[in-house]
Write a protein that binds this ligand. Structure first.
Ligand code: NAD
Length: 316
């Protein structure tokens, strides 16, 4: 019997990378996990530490520290390498430093013969994903980023709290840049199949649209608040990455707001931004274009313009 092993190479064994690795182990997301880091000793220590937990996990995952050559037969290369966001520092300010880091990663991965999927989490994630796309030369369905997956999860959680409804029945998305210009297209936000705007208007004052604005601000500022309190965010994004990788390996056709390359959708081209996409074994199988209002299309265009301008400022 030939059994295909689900193999992931994780580049960047820092807080985000190891949060992903820890949740992947606990959820048995893959069969083989290779940790690659410029700090080889750190990757070795992390591999040892995780291996000692295998006996307590639902998985018999093979975990070891390796190099880029290990990507040759991998299904997914997850990139979390880079420098961390400092208090007060915008995600876009990280751009130049992290572009250099990517130069040293993508080229040897591609040279190994890797023919799988790149999943990028390094910030600013939309631009770094575009950098990975350009440097790899891969088809864009095989290069995508975590985008606004975590922001969307935060939004659905807060909406669930507000309406006292299971977040899984709240269907709403954060789209655009994973950062300051991201926004919620409220015209597309539903509680089951009912528009939340209609619910607010018909609730006789019990629920209000102003509260929706407060919730979207809370989502947008969440990362900065966590950074102020504990210097970095990692558990949530690590779990979001596990969720995405599971959607790929299980061929789920799940809708996730990953960072994907726009090819005319919403009137945008080439730029990478967080939008609802169907994710399966092909990576981003397709983008599901939302029916945005004029105002929402303008907000989306503004967000894409910011991403485009910043991308144009870098030399690959
Ligand atoms: P960290 O400093 O803990 O880890 C980064 C790791 O990258 C370190 O182990 C470092 O040695 C490694 N590294 C640096 N340069 C490298 C290179 N050239 N090759 C290989 N490895 C290299 O940082 P972190 O908290 O894990 O954050 C990692 C990235 O994830 C940051 O860019 C951060 O902003 C981003 N992040 C993204 C999201 C999101 O929603 N997408 C959320 C949180 C953090």
């Amino acid at each position: 019997m030939i059994v295909h092993k689900r193999k992931v190479v994780l580049v960047g064994a820092g807080m985000v990378g190891m949060s992903f690795a820890y949740s992947a182990l606990n959820q048995a997301i893959c069969d083989e996990l290779v940790l690659v880091d410029i700090d080889r000793k750190r990757a070795q220590g992390e591999a040892m530490d995780l291996n000692h937990g295998v006996a307590f996990s639902p998985s018999s995952m093979k975990i070891y520290a390796g190099g880029y050559e290990d990507a040759s037969d991998a299904d997914i290369v997850v990139i979390c390498a880079g420098v961390n966001q400092k208090p007060g520092e915008s995600r876009l300010e990280l751009l130049q430093r992290n572009t250099q880091v990517f130069g040293s990663i993508i080229e040897p991965v591609v040279r190994s013969g890797f023919s799988g999927i790149f999943l990028v989490a390094t910030n600013p994630v939309d631009i770094m994903t575009r950098v990975a796309y350009e440097l790899s030369g891969f088809n864009s369905n095989r290069v995508f980023g975590t985008g606004t997956t975590l922001d969307t999860a935060r939004l659905r959680y807060l909406l669930g709290e507000y309406f006292s409804v299971d977040p899984r029945n709240m269907h709403a998305y954060v789209i655009g840049e994973h950062g300051d210009s991201e926004f919620v297209p409220w015209s597309q936000a539903m509680l089951a199949t009912k528009s939340v705007v209609d619910i607010c208007e018909q609730s006789g004052g019990k629920f209000c649209v102003e509260e929706m604005q407060r919730i979207s601000t809370q989502v947008r500022e969440a990362a900065q608040k966590i950074i102020e309190a504990k210097k970095a965010t990692y558990y949530g994004i690590g779990m979001a990455m596990s969720r995405i990788v599971r959607a790929v390996f299980s061929g789920e056709n799940s809708v996730l707001t990953v960072s994907a390359r726009l090819r005319g959708e919403y009137g945008q081209k080439d730029v990478y931004a967080g939008v609802p996409c169907l994710v399966n074994r092909n990576g981003v199988d397709r983008l599901l274009e939302l029916n945005l209002t004029e105002e929402e299309r303008k907000l989306f265009a503004d967000s894409c313009n910011i991403l485009q301008e910043n991308y144009e400022g870098i030399s690959l």
